[in-house]
Ligand binder design. Structure first.
Ligand SMILES: N[C@@H](CCC(=O)N[C@@H](CS)C(=O)NCC(=O)O)C(=O)O
Length: 191
């Protein structure tokens, strides 16, 4: 199996954490420029990572990769509540990725503009729910949802995208899981 991704992507990291104790090859791409972008374009027209190559087929999108690996490795499937938790985690991830890209495009994402306001509101409402769930110890088990949450919160800290002091349970969740298998090798700060 080959996993295409980057050291910094939170979507890639959750799959790397899932595969932490298993053999696979990690292809670390610079997706925004140069020959690596050509590799990306030749494999995935959506120009997004992660993607997984296995048995001569390529699977796009972390959610679909999780379903593929669940079937292949006989992992426990997510229940509907966990599916919703993952959607909330993805909503924060997607909005923060977009705000980061706007910021890198020279925009002031703190401006009172519809697009920025919608993303910031979604991040706040979603993080509030995740904070409550973390305080209720709903991520106490180190499963795929916990791995996705860890990847998001640690990436948010790394990129300094949100002031997380208002989310003590999420910060505690990250501290509690800092020694899980694969966390050190997948740290975005190694990029
Ligand atoms: N829904 C996708 C989202 C993946 C995603 O947004 N990946 C980012 C990196 S964190 C990306 O490839 N961005 C490239 C771009 O936006 O051009 C998934 O779950 O895999």
């Amino acid at each position: 199996m080959k996993l295409y991704g980057s050291q910094t992507s939170p979507y890639v990291r959750r799959i790397r954490l899932l595969l932490a104790s298993r053999p696979y090859e990690f292809i670390n791409l610079n997706i925004f420029a140069g020959p690596d972008r050509e590799i990306l374009a030749s494999i995935n027209p959506t120009l997004r990572i992660p993607m997984l190559e296995d048995d001569a087929q390529v699977i796009f999108d972390s959610g679909v990769i999780f379903r593929y690996l669940s079937a292949k490795l006989a992992l426990t499937a997510l229940n509907w509540y966990q599916e919703n938790q993952l959607i909330v985690i993805n909503a924060v991830s997607d909005s923060l990725v977009m705000l980061l890209q706007c910021n890198r495009s020279g925009m002031d994402t703190g401006e009172d503009k519809l697009f920025f306001n919608l993303q910031r509101e979604r991040v706040a409402t979603s993080l509030y729910v995740l904070e409550q769930q973390a305080a209720n110890a709903e991520f106490a088990k180190w499963d795929y949802v916990a791995m996705a949450l860890y990847s998001l919160i640690d990436w948010t800290l790394f990129r300094e995208l949100v002031e997380l002091d208002d989310y003590p349970a999420l910060l505690q969740f990250v501290a509690d899981n800092a020694k899980q298998n694969g966390i050190t090798q997948t740290d975005p700060r190694l990029s």
